[in-house]
Design a protein around this ligand. Structure first.
Ligand code: 3PG
Length: 307
């Protein structure tokens, strides 16, 4: 009997776990759950007899992958798969997949929620500003970017997007202005919301050269990955521009310095919260379980990310 392990430091909502278990057991597989594990060694131990693995931001390192002697498939229940050692998975003939789109609305709602919170001075009682009429730049127009655009429209924002991989027409049909370069996006928009993945090309790519182009009252919104923002540039921006703010779903490594020097100009969630809703957990969990069953039963490799 194939064994499906759900290993999540940050647990799914209980309903999502129930849904995954039901799908797995209905398919005739064994279900195993490892939540809130204290140490990576617990993960390594648990994966040793699993055929399939469902994770969130948990680190599927080479060590984990090599410990999973029976592993055939790893599903990152979510969008970003920078936490999986794809090379190690490919070497071992393990299929790695994500579940694109399943948690996008949750992340988009958080991005707008943080923007409102920050525009209102973190609800400290002082007069803030409104989002209506402000220019919002969406950096990468994938699933989350599209949801952000749609919600921001409701706020009456003027929306721009840059994505070299998406045809201009696809962006403009959503009532979003497509810009021709990343520099143009940052030059135009007071708010810029990041939706790029973390990879060798994008890490540290949000740098001083881009950020310094932003107009007065610049706010950088990060619900993507902390690694894409160059922290040295961030600190220079804070120092040079007292109108610059940074709001992020996970604190940067330089958080303490920012907190010490730049009160009121930042907001960081204490834990990555973007996908942390019951709905997102259920959507991503069900998709992950179904993708495992479809792969083990029919060899369906839709959403494979290590080709
Ligand atoms: C994603 O890439 O899907 C999000 O960052 C969510 O990550 P999480 O499942 O660890 O909350």
């Amino acid at each position: 009997m194939a064994k499906v392990l759900v290993a999540t430091v940050k647990p799914f909502a209980p309903a999502a776990v129930g849904n995954i278990k039901e799908i797995v057991e209905k398919a005739g597989y064994e279900f195993a759950l490892l939540e809130k594990y204290a140490d990576q060694s617990d993960f390594i131990k648990a994966v040793s007899d699993a055929d399939a693995l469902i994770i969130r931001s948990d680190k599927a390192t080479r060590e984990v992958i090599e410990a999973g002697k029976n592993l055939k498939i790893i599903i990152r229940a979510g969008a970003g798969y920078d936490n999986i050692d794809l090379e190690a998975a490919t070497e071992k003939g393990i299929v790695a997949m994500n579940t694109p789109g399943q948690n996008s609305n949750a992340v988009a709602e958080l991005a707008l929620g943080m923007m409102v919170y920050f525009a209102r001075n973190c609800f400290n009682g002082k007069a803030g500003t409104e989002l209506k009429g402000k220019k919002l730049g969406i950096h990468a127009y994938g699933n989350v970017g599209r949801y952000v655009a749609n919600i921001a429209k409701g706020f009456g924002m003027e929306i721009y997007a840059f994505d070299p991989y998406i045809p201009k027409e696809n962006i403009e049909k959503d009532g979003v202005h497509s810009v021709g370069s990343v520099e143009e996006l940052y030059s135009k928009c007071q708010y810029v919301s990041l939706h790029i993945p973390a990879n060798e090309e994008t890490k540290n790519s949000i740098n001083y050269e881009l950020l310094s182009k932003m107009p007065k009252g610049a706010v950088l919104v990060n619900t993507a990955r902390k690694e894409v923002v160059c922290e040295k540039s961030l600190m220079t921006m804070f120092a040079e521009r007292d109108d610059f703010g940074y709001i992020s779903d996970i604190a940067p490594d330089c958080m303490d310095e920012i907190a010490e020097k730049y009160e009121g100009r930042y907001f960081f969630t204490p834990k990555k919260m973007g996908a942390q809703t019951a709905e997102a957990n259920i959507n991503a969990g069900i998709a992950a379980a179904n993708q495992i069953v479809n792969y083990l039963e029919k060899g369906d490799k839709t959403f494979q990310v290590n080709k």
